[in-house]
Design a protein around this ligand. Sequence first.
Ligand code: ADP
Length: 586
Amino acid sequence: MTARTPTKTPSAYPLALLHGLQWAICLALLLGVLTVALNTGLLALAAYLIAAAALQPLLTALSVPLALVRFTGVSRAFVRYAERLVSHDLTFRLLARLRTTLYSRLTPLIPARLLAFHSGDLLARLVDDVEELENFYGRVLTPLAIAALSTMLTGLALWSFSPLLGLVVVGCLTLGGLLLPALALWQGNTIGRQQVAARAALQTTLVDSLQGMPDLLALGRAADQSARVAALDQHLGGLQRRMAWITGLQNALSDGLAYGATTLILVLAIPQASNQQFGAVYLAMIALIVLGASEAVTPLGRAFAALGRSRTASDRIFALINAEPATTDPPVPQPLVAAPLPLRFEQVSFHYAAAEGSALHDITFTIAPGEHVALVGPSGAGKSTVVQLLLRFWDPCTGTIHLGDHHLRDYAQDDLRRTLAVAQQDGHLFAGTLRTNLLLARPTATDAELDTALTQVGLAALVRQWPQGLDTWLGEHGVRLSGGERQRVILARALIRNARLLILDEPTAHLDRATEAAVFATIHQTQVDRSLLVITHRLVQMTAFDTILVLADGAIVERGTHATLLAQCGLYAQLYEAQAVDTLAE
Ligand code: ADP
């Protein structure tokens, strides 16, 4: 086997998503600082006005501060509106970017890398964890910068009255800006992490319970499952209460810090005003500047309390984003020609995980254009694994698979899958109509073509009886169909694709013998000039196959036609006889 150089996906991290949004971030920052400045300015000017009005009976002397109060009062509303607009727009653009990145990175991980994840957990990552990151982008990153800038501006404003006041206010705000977040982080980190884990566990159990509810009811275990859900819910509730306590404490400390800093500044400023270093009329103004500026610092505590949650959510999301797919496209894929091509497995061996035994061992076979091949063998022999490798959900550990003159991995995965039609044993029907499910195979197929495919699988008569025909709603996983009907819809979907190679994995497992024989006969007729690979443990109409491969314990143990294999009196003959006895017994 030649060595393969995988095309590695570049790894991403939370801050990388900010790329290209620098100007929007700067604008959000600028508007944020301006909002704090105008809020503080309004408070300070109003305080000055009241104090000055008490000392100066002449209102004309106060016309400038009056105009400034009007200006800050009106403009702060507009600036605040613009700031909310820009920062929310930025946050939602980041979240949209995160969701699309996550979704696009998720697709190549299916199925090999997602086997270990529960669908409920994936849902929690895609929805809750992504929303959690809003906290990081919207309430930590930008507010931190706004707090730092506001502290500097406040320091400068108070420095103009006295350097001591400037230094003290910068000290108080910096201390608060470091102390509150540090305390919040210390208190909230572990709980935040536990909260994300508990939420994901609850979601996983809920999805599992809903999916398996009919079985739980049948087994009489619905109450046990409800108790499990209730216990997880209670655990999450407990964590949420503890987090609420921390947030409450942060609010109290924030207020304490703001009033403490204001009192300290007043204690220092009053003697200076008495010494005529600046007018006493400015005292109220100074106090309110400190109170106003504190508002830029105090939200940091609450935001950092939730940082543990954000970090865990981010770890969970970026674990998916940065996961290496099991199979990747080559840098320059080979074009897939329209002509039929032979497919060749050459000494292919494969195991799902290093610690596990091999699922396939030294498999070699060819499917020539137009050849009909059956892959038979007992359950667990490795038949479905052959399909997984063919679809490139996994690559062989050793050996090669060729389509025409090139390795399977030299083609783009999308191109390759376009040339195949697969009806998987446990194929999925989407919550939609029969038509939407069939058109997935070929969106341009006409109603007549859909009807032909349904006739081929023996479903057309039934569908004609349905009042809404092709537009009948099938329900989630096709719940309104019987097992056999569902399987035949999946088969019809594969036939509609008109592919060069049709792969059917146990296509008739849920069908009665008469329907099974009729469906097989139709499949052979419709695929007469195309390749067919049927994986089955039911040995029906085996004379119609050009080649039969018998798989046992991951190795091909016999190959030939029905007649030659029966003559060998080996495993195939045993399976065939056992099945004949079963049929007679029915
Ligand atoms: P068959 O289709 O012949 O019933 P499979 O190809 O499904 O057999 O399975 C072959 C072997 O590989 C079995 O031992 C099975 O347990 C194992 N196997 C199948 N799928 C996986 C998987 N996703 N991860 C680990 N082992 C698997």
